[in-house]
Design a protein around this ligand. Structure first.
Ligand code: COA
Ligand code: AMP
Length: 632
């Protein structure tokens, strides 16, 4: 039996021993009464009765244990031409001051704080400051529109919002303040105070008595100490796309999260304390939470916070520059970033300008790594390229090659095997039985899931049960479908719901349909995800207009595109829609989105037996050809 098999088998046969050992790497104020409280399934609680503080473990502890002068966080921003390094001591001092600012505004244990910031060090400082006080942060990605921010304000009811005057995208400055103000107008929950960092690229007007200047507040702040919380208390809420316009508030606890993340750094990513680790993502996504902020800091690494893009800021060599300049040993990003680089610099000529000998592994996630990208990255970087699979709900990888345990053979298209702690099975969607290897099924995880996996949804425990735990009793339904091969390798093939993956960003087509239906001329609509060479998938809309509407179709399409951008945000990348006479449906009235997607992507499809009117598919194909899909 190989080393990986030994570790994996033990994680399932002796979870008590396995996670007790892993938990020794964390500083606890008080140890747990129960390693895993199973008294109220499917709501499992890890490290129940234990007390701890995540910020202490991520920051203060390293200052006390000899890493005070080591770089904790390097901010590298080619888009603004700035760089700044924070040692662990400096990071602790900034975080303690920021916690002091929050405390002054009445934030304490259990209170929520929204962080709406671009990729600047203050975003990480804000998150850690909340953790320090036992407050619960909810970071909102900068590419979302005011309406999405408002939904989150109403759901988590924050006391304070921490924000910045602007974000910077290639070629344009995004003023945050108007979005922030609009969101607060729309929301019914009224926020007591906003603390806003004025960036030199574009400042904003502050509303006296409500908005406060970050720098002035920090200068006057009384540093605040770490507050002890229960291991089972929430550390953060991160909203992710669900099947409706109402996003799901994924809750992360303190104790289990720390244990799993710390374990993953050595065992999955194979990095040692002191190494430089870079997750090129955004703090607004789960990858940013786990692998820009918490995991590398818990492990005493130097983390890179990169404000830029893989291409265009200013060139396709920036990733290599950052790796060379800061001595990065592990890079973690989404395949789409590599596709963007490959498109600009197919022969990777810019790579030759940089010395990247410290880089030992590239990890990719967010979407399946297509074999082309895998080979291009491997041939040019000459390091192992590891596809790994995970979700906002779990907060750390479900399937990966665990490079710190034993590298298993790579099978292109697979994120390798289930990570220790996860019992992954593929189930028959009709019967719920485990399907034989090689057969497609719903990918599920047997309960209880390992530490860090979400214990519930914020204010929505019924939805937690209904959306994830009910269809297959005793299992968590990942929403992904695929198969396990005879060696236990996982192949994630598709989603079973309406989620699409656009440039590694998780979006709901249902939420886009809700927006389109609000257009006064639209009677019916459908949104599907179609293949895109760069972004993996992009949304495509079909509109059926109300009777009597005889305005130009281009005009209406332009309006709905604008509407999605305004309501959901530019990150939805909703740019194409077409007007059709009717939608293909089953006899019971279900829209045949899967068939439409196959036609758009020129895939073979079987005529659905329950289709109401088969002739309609020819109309769909013709409409798609007109806009460049379906082989057109
Ligand atoms: N604030 C405001 N707007 C944002 C934004 C932010 N934080 N992030 C993205 N946007 C905007 C973009 O400017 C773009 O607007 P446009 O329609 O006016 O061009 C739109 O949202 C779509 O952005 P994006 O999906 O990033 O596409 P892109 O064409 O700008 O860049 C890539 C393509 C591949 C370079 C880019 O998606 C990328 O770097 N991806 C990395 C993947 C990643 O970080 N995934 C996270 C999970 S690991
Ligand atoms: P998110 O919650 O935003 O991290 O998105 C999670 C979803 O992204 C998963 O349910 C998958 O559909 C998809 N995903 C993430 N990583 C991978 C991967 N390595 N292979 C295939 N799909 C992936």
């Amino acid at each position: 039996m190989g080393r990986f098999d030994e570790v994996y088998d033990r994680s399932l046969s002796d979870p008590e021993g396995f996670w007790t050992e892993a938990a020794e790497a964390i500083h606890w104020e008080k140890k747990w009464d129960k390693l895993l409280d199973k008294s109220n399934p499917p709501f499992y609680r890890w490290f129940s009765g234990a007390e701890c503080n995540t910020c202490y473990n991520a920051v203060d502890r390293h200052v006390e244990e000899g890493r005070a002068d080591q770089a904790a966080l390097i901010y590298d921003s080619p888009i603004t031409g700035s760089k700044k390094t924070f040692t662990y001591r400096q990071l602790r001092d900034e975080v303690a001051k920021c916690a002091g600012v929050l405390k002054k505004h009445g934030v304490g244990k259990g209170d929520r704080v929204i962080v709406y910031m671009p990729m600047i060090p203050e975003a990480a400082i804000s998150m850690l400051a909340c953790a320090r006080l036992g407050a619960v942060h909810s970071v909102v990605f900068g590419g979302f529109a005011a309406n999405e921010l408002a939904t989150r304000i109403d759901d988590c009811e924050p006391k304070v919002i921490l924000s910045a005057s602007c974000g910077i995208e290639p070629g344009r400055v995004i003023a945050y303040k108007p979005l922030l103000d609009e969101a607060q107008e729309i929301a019914s929950c009224k926020v007591d105070a906003c603390v806003i960092l004025q960036r030199e690229q574009q400042t904003c007007e502050l509303i006296s008595g409500h908005d406060h200047d970050w720098s002035a507040e920090m200068a006057a702040a009384q540093p605040a100490d770490c507050v002890t919380v229960a291991a089972t208390d929430p550390l953060y809420i991160l909203y992710t796309s669900g099947t409706t316009g109402q996003p799901k508030g994924v809750v992360r606890d303190n104790g289990g999260h720390m244990v799993a993340l710390k374990w993953s750094m050595k065992n999955i990513y194979n990095v040692a304390p002191g190494d430089v680790y870079w997750a090129a993502s955004d703090v607004g996504w789960v990858v940013g939470h786990s692998y820009i902020v918490y995991a590398p800091l818990l492990n005493g690494n130097t983390t890179i916070l990169f404000e830029g893009k893989p291409v265009g800021t200013p060139d396709a060599g920036q990733f290599w520059r950052v790796i060379a300049e800061h001595g990065v040993s592990v890079l973690f990003t989404a395949p789409t970033a590599f596709r963007a680089i490959k498109k600009e610099d197919p022969k990777a000529e810019l790579m030759g300008q940089y010395e990247m000998s410290k880089l030992h592994t590239l990890f990719l996630a967010g979407e399946r790594t297509d074999p082309d990208t895998l080979h291009w990255a491997k041939d040019n970087l000459r390091v192992p390229v590891i596809d790994h699979w995970w979700q906002t709900e779990t907060g750390w990888p479900i399937g990966s090659n665990c490079m710190g345990i034993e590298q298993l053979p790579i099978k292109p298209g697979s994120p390798t095997r289930a990570v220790p702690g996860y019992d992954v099975r593929t189930l028959d969607p009709e019967t719920g039985d485990v399907v034989p290897s090689g057969e497609l099924g719903a990918i599920c995880i047997k309960l209880p899931m390992p530490p860090s996996c979400f214990p519930t949804l914020w204010n929505a425990s019924d939805r937690y049960r209904e959306a994830y735990m009910e269809k297959f009793p005793g299992y968590y339904q990942t929403g992904d479908a695929g198969y396990l091969d005879e060696d236990g390798y996982i192949f994630v093939m598709t989603r079973t719901d309406d989620i699409i993956n656009v440039a590694g960003h998780r979006l709901s087509t249902g939420a886009m349909e809700e927006v389109l239906s609000d257009h006064p001329d639209v009677a019916e609509c459908a949104v599907i995800g179609v293949a895109d060479q760069l972004k993996g998938q992009v949304p495509l809309g079909f509109l059926v207009l109300s009777a009597g509407v005889n305005r130009g179709h281009d005009e209406i399409v332009g309006e709905v595109v604008k509407l999605v951008r305004e309501r959901i945000g530019p990150v939805a990348a909703f740019k194409t829609a077409t007007v059709i006479d009717r939608l293909p449906k089953t006899r019971s009235g279900k829209i045949l989105r899967g068939t439409m997607q196959k036609i758009a992507d020129s895939e073979t499809y079987k005529m659905p037996a329950t289709i109401d009117d088969p002739a309609i598919l020819d109309e769909i194909e013709a409409a798609l050809k007109d806009i460049g899909y379906a082989g057109g």
